[in-house]
Each structure stands twice: as C-alpha cells, then as structure tokens.
Design a protein. Structure first.
Length: 71
C-alpha cells in the first residue's frame, strides 16, 4: 500500500501475494481489511512514528542476533 500511494508504477497484487505466500484473493482481503479497519486510509506516517518503528525493528534484529549467537 505504501508503494501504491507513493509511486506511479508498482506491481499487481498477484505479485505481492506470490512473494507473501498467499493467494491473490487472501491478499486482497487482507489489504482491504488493513485499509478499512486498521489505518482507515491514513497512509501518511510522520517522522516521529517512522523513527519509533525503525528503532523497534533495529532493537528486535539485535535481540535476534544476540540470541542466535548464544547458541
């Protein structure tokens, strides 16, 4: 959805569904549910929110690497 809202050219949902390992029908349902029920078509993310999620991903990745190194 981010690509669709920011780019002029993007792949069809069938491509994203294949990468995600789901059927096109399931992908379409998930996309619809996410847009309507979760983000209510608010596709813009402010800098503070972006940075917060970015840091959470970095922290999670570092935790995963630390756990793997312990084995």
């Amino acid at each position: 959805m981010a690509i669709k809202s920011h780019e002029d050219k993007y792949y069809k949902n069938s491509y994203y569904a294949k990468i995600g390992g789901v059927t096109v029908q399931e992908f379409n349902i998930l996309e619809h549910e996410y847009l309507f029920n979760y983000i209510k078509f608010h596709l813009y993310v402010n800098t503070e929110t972006y940075n917060s999620y970015y840091q959470e991903l970095i922290d999670y990745n570092q935790d995963q690497n630390t756990t793997e190194e312990a084995y």
